[in-house]
Ligand binder design. Sequence first.
Ligand SMILES: CC(C)(COP(=O)(O)OP(=O)(O)OC[C@H]1O[C@@H](n2cnc3c(N)ncnc32)[C@H](O)[C@@H]1OP(=O)(O)O)[C@@H](O)C(=O)NCCC(=O)NCCS
Length: 257
Amino acid sequence: MSTGLLSRMRAALRRDLDAARERDPAARSTTELVLTYPGLHAVWMHRAAHGLNSRGWQLPARVVSQVSRFATGIEIHPGATIGPGFFIDHGMGVVIGETAEIGEDVTVYQGVTLGGTGKHAGKRHPTLRDGVIVGAGASVLGPLEIGEGAKIGAGSIVVKDVPPNSTVVGNPGKPVVVDGQRVDPEKIHHPDLDHTRLPDPVADALDCLIERVEELEAEIAALRAGVEPPPSMGDGDCRERVKAGIREARRAPRDAA
Ligand SMILES: CC(C)(COP(=O)(O)OP(=O)(O)OC[C@H]1O[C@@H](n2cnc3c(N)ncnc32)[C@H](O)[C@@H]1OP(=O)(O)O)[C@@H](O)C(=O)NCCC(=O)NCCS
């Protein structure tokens, strides 16, 4: 093995250790990190598996990856590309798919899935740019791009691209911060061409239904009492607005593809 390769490997190991030390306040010593952090063991075994895989030794690569899964509870396909400074905290239940690409200094917690959405070949797993953080139990599904410095909340299901410096939470994942700025929840419901801020047609439809039921109840009560029905309290007939919202939401994924 050449000295150049050895020193590159040593530098990569040191960077992984620094990442764990910086990002886990519970980390005490290098010995403790090396001996007891499954996230580190999984990343190191992945680097070996990825090396074998890129030299065409797919079967040995898969064997290393499965041994790593058995030992750490973390499954990383040997084909996944992982940059330096990657840290998996706790780790159990993490799954990273074959065509996932992970930039520098990315952090993921236990139970995270970077998965695909279909059976097609080719790029089908997400790309996480530098500095991304994915909270415990979150799933990022499909060939999406999660922009630099973005945060994915614990338990979120993300199926659309996330712009840089944004925070996405919930199922389906919705942005609560975009480009470092808090998103006004009202604005999320207004249709615009930014596909990361899609309207919520289901919530709009429910709002509309409740509005219509309340109007009809008031009308029936007025008819029973033999008086003039009260004027509509809502913002006019909401049905057209809801239909337009649903049409817009259906169009958005096709436009984004
Ligand atoms: C997403 C996250 C990074 C947001 O942190 P933040 O930038 O400080 O944002 P805030 O806490 O101000 O939350 C912003 C909004 O999102 C909501 N929110 C935050 N995290 C959420 C989550 N995981 N799921 C759903 N909603 C969430 C908050 O309630 C808040 O809503 P509001 O504006 O209606 O009050 C953080 O909450 C998170 O989930 N981190 C992952 C931590 C983790 O996995 N730890 C494992 C340790 S073992």
